[in-house]
Structures are given as structure tokens and as C-alpha cells.
Design a protein around this ligand. Structure first.
Ligand code: AMP
Ligand code: MG
Length: 418
């Protein structure tokens, strides 16, 4: 009888880490880049703030109108009946009325314009009647309405950005709104990546029998660009131990993080783990997750290393779950809990107990306003079309078997990395 060795289809193979343990090991073994750069707010986009930023001013900086209408003093609102107020001038955005309002007077005012001295209330133009150079108002108006007070968003001295915050478009706008031109960000990580495999050809070249096009390098390029890191594309390296080792050494000399794909398994041409053992340290290389069981993680000198599986869907899933948090940690980003939602299984999901499964799903809101998730179909880890159509992972617990239609499952919505 043939004695079978452990394989990636076995539910529990020795040395295989649970997903959570593996993620914790990544987080525990990657530290934030210390170096920082002073950059313009545009250059800071998609980076991470190195320091807290305090506002030098109140926002809004002055009392201004939230509506197009008429600025008045609330003391002129009649208790009952109507009253007439003279329109004595205009305050437009950027062109304030220079004078002071007296009782019985009003000012034509536009949204964002300074509410003049003597006024504290703005009446919507739809709520007054214009009568020559006067307006007629009744007693239905509330004192202080339609006015934005100085500092009602935040005050001078308030922290508007915290160290470790990712700088999104809204954050750039926030910085600009208080006149900040430059800030310190954590130095952008340099990420080197290459594909390994004798069968891989770059697009633009012709395929020989047995060849396929390299898709992972283009996937990694896109995911890394979305994360705003510096990409160092080292091409395709054949399944040649010496050449892979030489490329890894070259990458380690210039990068904070190296990502390879392929050759991470136990086939005869799978050198990644062996080389990492020789020239660096392997922290783990097997995880009880599907897709993506052979995932090598470790260091070469001070450079963090991930050896992703070759199958493109596995490479994407492991990047999403492990490399993404690793890059955030390298950039000193404050960790955010992954948002997980529940959805009703719109069909049956096949699953064997033993590994945490990240199936590709399409989630929609059904007629009852509940989330319903369906499978993208065949779940082979070489099937990129299913990843390209999906909008979420369906996260099925390690010990679960098949899921029946109607059961509640956990989903993780894709962010813009996929
Ligand atoms: P490996 O991890 O090298 O054993 O590869 C597993 C599977 O993924 C094989 O079918 C490879 O041909 C395929 N593969 C590996 N690297 C890539 C790549 N860069 N692009 C597309 N397919 C790949
Ligand atoms: Mg290979």
C-alpha cells in the first residue's frame, strides 16, 4: 500500500497555523518604518501622518450664512402678526457687508457670506416676502436659525489628524481647510515583487506550449498602487534556485518588503521556502486557509518577505488578508477592525471542514432589505474571472461543512484593492 504524505488537501497538517495565529504573527513581527518625510498635502495623499496635526484656527472661521436669504436680528422677529424690515445692503461670499445692522433692518445674504454685526439669524429667501426695498416677515422664525457659528466644526488647537491616520481625500480637504501646506508623513515603503515559474511569460511576448501569461505581477502592481507604496517590479524569474536567490538578495538590499508569487509549495521546483530558510528566517509557511495554504512569511535581513501562492486567486486572497495589514503596519497606520457583515446564503456553498475558507461572492440587497450573497460559481484558485466578478469574500469558518441556502454567513466587502 502506498503510504500517503501530508498534503494541502488534508484538513490538519502539522505545522499549519490557524488564520488568526498567522495574522497575529505578521503583526507581531513587522514594525513601523521610523523615517519620515515632510511633504506637501498633495504628496501626502494615500500616505500616513507621522504626527498629530492641530488646527491653527476655528472652522468655520467666522459666523456665516447656511442659506441664501436675509440676515436679521432675532429681536426683530414679531411675537405675532407681521413686520417690515428695510434691506440696507448685501453680504455675498467673500464680499462681507462692512457696516452694522440696526433694529428694523436686514441684509441680503448668500450662503457662506459673513453674517454682519448686529445680525444673528438668517431667513430663507423662500420664507419672506419682498416688498420694494423691504421684506415682510412673520413670527414663525427661530432666533439663530440658518447660521453657522465660528468653530462649530472644530476649534483652534483641536487635533484634526492623529499620527497613524491614513490620508484620504477627506483628510487632505480637512488639512487644506485650515491652511496646512506641509506635514510629516511616514516614509513610503518600497515594495519589490517578482513572479517565479518557468511557464510564465509577460504580456507582449508569445506563448510556447505549456506557457501561460503571468497575471500575478499585474495584480500585485494594481494592489500596491492602490495602497500608495513604491513598486519595484523585478519581472519573472525562472524556477532556478540560484537566480531566485540572487533576485531575493538584490530585492532585500533595496526594499522594505519583498513579495514573490509561485514556488511556495512542496513541488520539485518550489524553492522559495528552502531559499528563505538559507538566507533569511521563515516564520511560517502553511496556513489553514483556503485559498492560499502555502504562504511563506519571514524576513531577509531587515526586509519583510511574503512568498504568495502561485494561483492568482490565492495570491490575491493572501495579499488582501496578510500583505495589506503588513503594509499598514510598516507605514505605522493605526489598525482598524475589519468590517464583517452578515448575509443570507442565496444558495448552497460547498465546503470541507479543516480550513478557513474565503470564497468569492456577490452580495446584493434583497427585496426585504436584507443582504443576500451568492457564489460567483466555480471556486478554483486559478479562476481569476470569479475574483474579477466578486464584490466580497464569503468567510466560512474552519470547522464548517457545506452551508445550506438560507443560512447566515459572514462576508467581508472588498475595498478598492481588488
Ligand atoms: P506554484 O505555486 O508555482 O506551484 O504555482 C501554482 C499554480 O499557479 C500553477 O498553475 C502556476 O502555473 C500558477 N501560477 C504561478 N505563478 C503565476 C503567475 N504569476 N500568474 C499566473 N499563474 C501563475
Ligand atoms: Mg511554479
Amino acid at each position: 500500500m502506498i503510504e500517503k504524505q501530508a498534503s494541502c488537501q488534508d484538513p490538519s497538517e502539522s505545522g499549519t497555523l490557524d488564520f488568526e495565529q498567522a495574522l497575529q504573527r505578521v503583526l507581531d513581527n513587522v514594525s513601523a518604518i521610523k523615517a519620515r518625510r515632510n511633504v506637501t498635502i498633495r504628496e501626502a495623499f494615500n500616505g500616513v501622518a507621522a504626527d498629530d496635526v492641530r488646527s491653527p484656527m476655528d472652522v468655520p472661521p467666522f459666523i456665516n450664512s447656511a442659506m441664501d436669504g436675509y440676515a436679521i436680528s432675532s429681536t426683530d422677529i414679531p411675537a405675532d402678526g407681521e413686520t417690515r424690515l428695510k434691506v440696507i445692503g448685501k453680504s455675498f461670499a467673500g464680499r462681507p457687508y462692512p457696516g452694522k445692522l440696526q433694529s428694523g433692518e436686514s441684509i441680503r445674504i448668500m450662503t457662506g457670506a459673513v453674517v454682519p454685526d448686529g445680525a444673528d439669524t438668517v431667513l430663507m429667501q423662500e420664507h419672506v416676502e419682498v416688498d420694494g426695498d423691504h421684506i415682510r416677515i412673520d413670527g414663525t422664525h427661530k432666533p439663530g436659525q440658518n447660521v453657522r457659528k465660528p468653530g462649530d466644526d472644530f476649534h483652534a488647537g483641536d487635533t484634526i489628524i492623529q499620527a497613524g491616520e491614513h490620508l484620504s481625500p477627506a483628510k487632505l480637504g480637512l488639512l487644506a481647510s485650515v491652511g496646512v501646506t506641509q506635514l510629516d508623513v511616514v516614509r513610503t515603503p518600497n515594495v519589490a515583487f517578482f513572479s517565479t515559474g518557468d511557464e510564465l511569460k509577460s504580456v507582449g511576448t508569445s506563448l510556447q506550449p505549456g506557457d501561460i501569461y503571468d497575471s500575478n505581477r499585474y495584480i500585485l502592481y494594481g494592489m500596491l498602487q492602490q495602497m500608495g507604496v513604491n513598486c519595484i517590479d523585478m519581472g519573472v524569474v525562472p524556477d532556478d534556485r540560484d537566480r531566485i536567490e540572487a533576485t531575493l538578495r538584490e530585492a532585500a538590499a533595496c526594499a522594505d518588503l519583498i513579495i514573490t508569487s509561485g514556488g511556495a509549495s512542496v513541488g520539485e521546483a518550489d524553492y522559495i521556502k528552502q531559499i528563505l530558510d538559507d538566507i533569511g528566517q521563515v516564520n511560517f509557511w502553511k496556513i489553514a486557509m483556503k485559498p492560499g495554504k502555502p504562504l511563506a512569511f519571514g524576513h531577509i535581513d531587515n526586509t519583510v518577505f511574503f512568498g504568495l501562492p502561485g494561483n492568482p486567486v490565492s495570491a490575491m486572497a493572501t495579499f488582501y488578508q496578510f500583505v495589506q495589514p503588513c503594509i499598514k503596519r510598516l507605514r505605522g497606520e493605526t489598525p482598524q477592525a475589519v468590517l464583517k457583515l452578515h448575509a443570507r446564503a442565496a444558495g448552497k456553498f460547498k465546503k470541507r471542514p479543516g480550513r478557513l475558507d474565503f470564497q468569492r461572492g456577490i452580495v446584493v440587497m434583497d427585496e426585504d432589505g436584507q443582504l443576500a450573497v451568492s457564489s460567483t460559481g466555480m471556486q478554483g484558485s486559478h479562476m481569476l474571472s470569479s475574483m474579477a466578478r466578486a464584490n466580497c469574500f464569503i468567510v466560512l469558518p474552519k470547522d464548517a461543512g457545506d452551508i445550506e441556502a438560507g443560512e447566515q454567513v459572514e462576508i467581508q466587502l472588498f475595498n478598492d484593492l481588488i
